[in-house]
Structures are given as C-alpha cells and as structure tokens.
Design a protein around this ligand. Sequence first.
Ligand SMILES: Cc1ncc(COP(=O)(O)O)c(C=O)c1O
Length: 469
Amino acid sequence: MPAPRPPKWPLEPASAELRRLIDACAEFVVEQIEILPTLPSCDVEGAEPVAAAFVEPPPEDGHAIAAILERLRPAVAKSFNTAGPGYLAFIPGGGIPAAALADFVACAINRFVGVVAAAPALARIEAQVIAWLASLMGYPKESGGILTTGGSLSNLTALVAARADRLPEDFLSGTIYLSEETHLSMIKAARIAGFPDRGVRAVPVDRRCRMRPDVLEAMIREDRSKGLRPFLVVANAGTTNTGAIDPLPEIRDIARRHALWAHADAAYGGFFRLVPEGAARLGGIEAYDSITLDPHKGLFLPYGTGCLLVRDPETLRRAHAGRAGYLQDVGLGGGAPNFTDLSPELSRDFRGLRLWLPIQLHGLRAFRMQIQEKLDLARDAHTGLRNEPLLEMLDEPQLSIVAFAARPDDRGPELLRRVNARGRVFLSSTTLGGRYVLRLCVLSFRTHADRVRDAVVAVKEEVRRLPRG
Ligand SMILES: Cc1ncc(COP(=O)(O)O)c(C=O)c1O
C-alpha cells in the first residue's frame, strides 16, 4: 500500500488528526502528573547532555507527535521538580491542571482580549477575574487592575503608575522607600523606570524582618529637607526570605501624611487573605494604592500569572494609555477596560481564562482549604524543628515560610546539601543579616502533611549526622 499523502496544509490538521494530537498530549500530561510524587524533588545531575541534545537546526519536515513528546520526557525530568509535593524551595506554586486546560482552550480559540471591541465577553471575563481578586483583597468596587506575567512586572507597573501620579515629567529627584527585605524586582523596577540607584532607600527592619516605620518616617523627613521628592513606599505583605509582613497600617498612615503612593508587594503573601487567619495578619492592605499579587504562587497557578490591583484604575490609564491611528476602529472600551490602556502590552495571551476556568471548576472553597493547609503545615514544620538543639529557629512563621539556621551557621550549606540529596524534599537557603539561613516554604497545592513530616525528619537526621568540629 502506498504511504498516505501528507496533507496539503499541515498547519490545519483535520478534526480526526487534531483529536489524535490532543489525545497524545493528554496522555503525556496525565502520566507526567501521575509520576510527580515518585520523582526526586530535584534531579539536575546529568542535565547538560540532555540540554545539549536540543542544540540543532530547525527541522525542515515535521516529526511524529509521539517522537516529539518522547524527547521532552528527559528534559522535563532533569529539573527542580517545581510541580511536585516535595518542592519547598524559593516560592513554590505547583500549577493546577485546570489552569493548563484553560491555557489550552485560550490558545486554541486565540481570541484577542487586549481591546474590548475584539471580544467583549472574553474581556469581561478577564475584567471580572480582576474584580474578584480586588474584592478578595478588600478593595472597593471602583478599583481595577491588570493581569501580568508575574510579580516582577506587577511591581514595575505599580512603580510606573506611582511615578506618573505623584511626580512631574522630570522625576529624577523622586525617592522610593522599601525595606531591606524587599524583593529584588522592586529595585530592578526602579532602574528600568529610570530612577538612579540613589533614589532607592532601604529602610532597616526589626528582629522579625519587618520594616521599621519610625525609621521610614525619619528618612522621608530628612530626604524632603534635602529637596528630594519622596513619592512611593513599598510595604511587604510576605517577604520572600521569611514571609515577614511589614506593619501595613502604620506604613499606610505615614504614606498618607507625606502624600506618598503606598504599594503592597503581596506577590507571595496576598492570597493568605482568603482565610480568616491570613486576613487578620494582612489587615490594612485594603487601604493601599496598589497591590501586587501572584496567582502563580498563592493560587497555585502555573508560572506566568501575576496581577496588579490599583484602587484607582485611572492612575494606570494615565500612565499607559495613548492613541494610534491603526487602533482607531477599536474604541475606548466599554463594560471592561481596554487592557492595553492599562499596561505596556498590546497583543498577549488571554490570561483571564487561566484564573476564571479553575475558579469556575473548583470554586473558591477548594483554594481556601489549601491555603489554610499551608499555614497549618508551616506551623507543624516549625513545631517539629524547634526542639532540635542543633538548629536555631529564626522566627515563628508569619505565613508559610520556616527559616532556621544550623548551629553553628557555617554547617548550613552542608546540611542543605544533605537534606536535598535525599530527594524527598527540596529546600533553599538565603542570607539574613549576613547569616546563612535555610528556608522551608510550604505553598504547593500538592504538599501535604506526609511530605512536611519527611522534611522535618530529613533536617533533624542530617543535622545530627553532620561532623562536629
Ligand atoms: C515578595 C515577592 N515579590 C515579587 C516577586 C517576583 O515575582 P515573579 O517571580 O512572579 O516575577 C516575588 C517572587 O518570588 C516575591 O516573592
């Protein structure tokens, strides 16, 4: 029998072929998810040759889907297992499958949501998701925002909105206040937005890594007396290092007294507000001018899902909107804003579906339950570790991060290496006040009590086995 002729237009597979391709990918995905708990929590040894195998010219003729997925298998495996239950390093998220389904649908339908006129109901879905997030943060109805690719872009967008709102066009004397514990993305944002490094002030923190409001106020006064223009203060609603929450109401009051824009970086911590315990700790966030949220952290979504909320959406519009002849047919937006007027982006993915579909499918209750579980698990880990005399706990967890040091500190790197080498959990480290500190961050929706117990056992066993000297 002669081989079947290749289709004339292979970029548009016939329905039966499309189904076959989808089935093959679905099979691959289900298998990848099924094996997650059995995989080492980090497996990058020998990754180089796997990576090198992808250095090649593009094929002129296509390959079979099975062969393509087969090539991906080792590439996925040789990685930090960021999707797995043992991933307790940096800031986990997990990546709920429902969001992958949403992305699949969004890419396949490929509608344009950057302007309302192009897909009014889909733009409304995205605006509605933003309104849901705003209401979860205690923001009023008139507030708004934009979905971004992550916290870094949200922080940059907030800074640009604050600059446009509070400073003249010649803004180089503008001064930004953040804490010594603020995420690097904010400092990068200041640079990208054109501020000299001297315009960024790091306010010292207290014993629990929280910004000191008394020092903040003194710094603002001093800078103002020197003719500088203080215009923005960034408060942490959960620092990356330890989950510390800055005194949100006090910082907001100082901002108000000195006419500064108050931004809350809640990229890690914001979604803890979905449970009463978290809401109590994040009290006051609702009064901030803007809030960075990362659904790819606290809502367990896949990487690439961030959000910036603003109390007054006009501030975003003033910082970003403009006119162009080639957009004259699409109007100014209606029920939902033209998202392109609120951010640097024009064409982009339909991010709203990534949030909307999972929330529709599971309901908020499922998220709240898991968020509470993360707080409980962090407490369990802290309780499990605190009686170990060879460890020093840095603080009670303010959210879901447990930070601790080996005694003496210099045994920390070897402790981390040994714990991670066991393969069940993967922790990371940081430097705090010049000290080497290990951190255990519980945030994946796949992490449950059994894995946190394994982490506690691994740390205790390994710290006792370290050579004393
Ligand atoms: C507090 C905080 N802000 C900002 C960011 C940057 O977010 P992204 O990695 O989504 O760009 C992070 C990331 O961990 C963070 O923890």
